[in-house]
Design a binder for this molecule. Sequence first.
Ligand code: RFL
Ligand code: PHB
Length: 394
Amino acid sequence: MKTQVAIIGAGPSGLLLGQLLHKRGIKNIILERVTPDYVLSRIRAGILEQGFADLMREAGVGARMDSDGEVHDGVEIVVNGRRERIDLKGLTGGDTVIVYGQTELTRDLMDARVDSGQTTHYEVSNAQPHGMLEEQPYVTYEKDGKSYKLECDYIAGCDGFHGVSRKSIPEDCITEYEQLYPGGWLGLLSDTPPVNPELVYVRHARGFALCSLRSQTRSRYYIQVNKDDKVEDWSDDRFWAELKRRLPDDLAEKLVTGPSLEKSIAPMRSFVAEPMQYGRLFLLGDAAHIVPPTGAKGLNTAASDVYTLYTILTKVYGEGKTELVEKYSEICLRRIWNGERFSWWMSNMLHTFEETSDFEDKMYTSEIDYYLSSEAGKRVIAEQYVGLPFEEIK
Ligand code: RFL
Ligand code: PHB
């Protein structure tokens, strides 16, 4: 079997890249370990930056996002009971974010993939990139007990944090930077009206909380829990009671509770692998970097990698600009480190960890208080929350 770009992983990164390449006439095959239903069952991101939304439109899959997604002009931050609104639109000169669940956008991308006629092999095992430093790399994999070899020009490693792509780069050719936080996020999805029309991020002595939503009838809430907590430790009743205790009184009174549709715990991790490429193998999205979810940057940083690789490959195939290939990692990393810093900063400002000293705790409260009291401070938060522009590639 032969294609131009072999893509490992059918998460948002792999599917969006595949669709954009297809639009430019670049052939690609996606190899995915699990079933489409399993991919769709992962409840994750909810906030899309403008750059991400524009890419979805460019890929021809923006229609449902534009009709069903909610444009949000602002978010709220509560620090020890004080509610402050960040006017994203006003402070950035017009930028906003879109609330549209990762599940929905993945579904849109999967549907478009079927319509495009491009091949996706689900439930493959032992995918393994080879010959990344050669002219003609290839990926071997197994499906239904048979072994296959997929020859290609380039390999896109879109297989998430635990995937095989990053691990197939020799250890002495990659540096990993990592920080684990002593806590996790317990998320609950419910068919209840959201407590507030806009997202509310809460710093509280008992721990962080976030009120988010998927629509005016579906809410997504998170609370910070201990890193060793298990979902089984948290009944719905215990979750709602703890969330209420962390919300300001007016919101706590309005909170509508209901049975959970889904509940899961996400670890809090910052991680970057440098460089994000090895010869003709590129790493994209969670395969190359992870952020704690506080800044809503995970999916959005994945989108900037997709934009960069898609633009480079379009120029390689369309204009013969092969010299751009080696620039992939450095272009991506400039934006990635910024997203990492913002997510790390938001996490430190809004969480309370047992390990934090009383002095540091006072410093974090004072710092976020300062940002929220100053228009310049709010603008700094707004500018990063809506996302910095993608770098132009010539
Ligand atoms: P994914 O989604 O992990 O997809 C990788 C795919 O690769 C497959 N795979 C393999 N396939 C073949 N062979 C192998 N050996 C393979 N190994 C793995 C997997 O089955 C999977 O289908 O990575 P991708 O595409 O890079 O997408 C990244 C995003 O999913 C992630 O960054 C976001 O969800 C992070 N995130 C958020 N990001 C935002 O921008 N805004 C948010 O509001 C936001 N909220 C969140 C989040 C992540 C969360 N969790 C659970 C970590 C909230 C949460 C709770
Ligand atoms: C979500 O709605 O799932 C969500 C929103 C904002 C975040 C993280 C997750 O920062």
